[in-house]
Design a protein around this ligand. Structure first.
Ligand SMILES: O=P(O)(O)OC[C@H]1O[C@](O)(CO)[C@@H](O)[C@@H]1O
Length: 244
């Protein structure tokens, strides 16, 4: 695992967006895994900026998002569908049919999970996956205790995730209790992974990722078994890490 530290979030965002653009410019048909949450917002802004400057085109890429809340319609401002449209897809040239986000309102959710996994496979697998991390070590919505061999599945949100994400709600009164999420196996199969984390509040999770053991009690620890992963953090987080 390569740990890369930047003085500011902004520098980190520019670096990560640069890596994504580099991959797309090497392979215009890239399959890209995307994340939501607070962390990637600046990266998406930088990607939009590069698109407007004609430095990159997204017209042939395929995207797969990590997760979606169960029960939220794509038009709900609190859904990850809405987030992705607003923060990225409305501003770039990625065709609608190339964009994949699990449908948390599907009639048959198990079927939706199976199909999602099949679509990833048919696209040739994710070549570059962008990840954030929860304070409890979740990646996607794979909460502590999730088996390492899971594919896209229905997951129950941990209390700390509900606590962290409830203040972000715009319209809904209550955060859904469940979500659809790529599994830990799905994520691990991505050829390259970039995990981004900012701020003091993520320091314990990153410390455990760097120095802890591989255990299903800490989902992100599966990434220690990945051969091509970059962890990108800011100095605020780095200053909290203890050298072990
Ligand atoms: O970036 P945040 O908002 O801290 O969230 C951390 C992670 O938790 C999630 O919100 C759960 O999917 C991810 O999207 C994100 O990467």
């Amino acid at each position: 695992m390569d740990l890369i530290v930047f003085n500011t979030k902004n520098e980190a965002n520019v670096y990560v967006a640069g890596l994504i653009v580099q991959e797309i410019n090497k392979n215009a048909f890239l399959t890209l895994g995307l994340a939501t949450g607070e962390t990637p917002k600046g990266i998406y802004n930088d990607l939009i900026k590069r698109y407007r400057e004609n430095k990159v085109s997204f017209k042939n890429i395929t995207t797969f998002n990590l997760d979606e809340y169960i029960g939220l319609h794509p038009e709900s401002p609190d859904s990850y569908h809405f987030y992705m449209q607003e923060k990225l897809f409305n501003h770039i040239d990625c065709p609608k049919e190339n964009i994949h986000i699990p449908n948390g309102c599907a009639e048959d959710l198990n079927n939706e999970c199976e199909n999602y996994e099949k679509l990833i496979e048919e696209s040739g697998g994710i070549e570059l996956q962008l990840l954030g991390i929860g304070i409890n070590g979740h990646i996607g919505f794979n909460e502590p205790g999730t088996a390492f061999d899971t594919h896209t599945h229905i997951t129950k949100l941990a209390p700390s995730t509900i606590e962290a994400n409830t203040p972000l709600l715009v319209e809904e009164k209550k955060l859904p209790s469940h979500a659809l999420s790529m599994g830990l196996k799905t994520i691990r199969q991505a050829k390259k992974i970039i995990l981004v984390a900012f701020g003091k509040q993520k320091a314990d999770a990153i410390q455990r990722l760097l120095n802890g053991e591989v255990s299903e009690g800490f989902p992100a620890s599966i990434l220690k078994r990945h051969s091509d992963i970059k962890i990108v953090i800011d100095s605020e987080l780095n200053n909290e890490l203890k050298v072990e």
